[in-house]
Design a protein around this ligand. Sequence first.
Ligand code: SF4
Length: 346
Amino acid sequence: MRPLLMDMTRDELGALLEGLPKYRLDQLYSFVIQGSEYNDMTSLPKSLLSTLSEEYDATGVSILEVRTAPDGTEKYLFTLRDGNIIEGVLMTYKYGRTICVSTQVGCRMNCAFCASGIDGRVRDLTAGEILGQITEVNRRHGGGVKDKRFITNVVLMGSGEPLDNYDNVVKFLGLVRDGIGISLRNISLSTSGLVPNIYRLADEIGGVTLTISLHAPLDEIRDKIMPVNKAYPILDLIKATKYYAQKTGRRVIFEYVMLKGVNDTRECAIALAGLLKGLPAHVNLINLNYVEEKKLLPCSKKQTYEFMALLEKLGVSVTVRRSLGSEVAGACGQLRRSVLRGETDE
Ligand code: SF4
């Protein structure tokens, strides 16, 4: 595939316009960062657009389908230039509008409760393809950049393991901060626990909220539901997380999907509280969105709230995450899979 203008920083775009006045770069950058196609760039000379379009595509993502849940959550399917499909979710909270974006087509981490890993990783997304999901949704809602943006927060929690696509994700972080104006503080990156890249992220970037998909506090359970744990066991992961928290001064979020009969015991709550002692952390308990291909069962509301109460008693900061959009296949990978299988609403 040809490179994208959207993959480039302002300086990289500048190098393409050598010899032209600076205002041309201002114009081009402003078009690119808003997700414009060549035929929208009407104030640029036709000769320049024709030269650029010989080598580069402007954008690489377009909206294929939007499903809206009764709570207003919008689930997006995007197509990429090679025909691959990825998904994203737009959630509205009191404090703003958060988009959850994908970082890979598929995922190779194969977590037991997730639909995205079922077919493995197909390919990494480029920085511009991650950014394109934001610009498409932003534009659809009439948003621009900086103080005119519609999207206020970003979570890298769609399909893919962001730290398995490290360089593109780091480049994306720079593009979204400098171009659209979303500060790193308003971006959360969720990882299943690729320990070496947690250290790199702390040393090279910092700033973003780190979210750990923990889901079990004991290796014998986590090994079964998250294969990544065999390479990077829990104590190594917690050590890296402490390093991140110390280096960045930021609280770390731990995601914990409640799996009936698997990770919902008193022993698990005690082990979890022990792990998080001394770490500035918050735990999000999540209700499992049932994935047909996986045989795991959700906990009842009562079990989840009992588990939460026990954690609170043990001194853990914890909430049950509001489950948005499950009516439109809200869990990562579910909508994409239902479309690939040819299911429709009818
Ligand atoms: S939960 Fe995240 S890391 Fe695990 S398979 Fe799904 S997308 Fe990949």
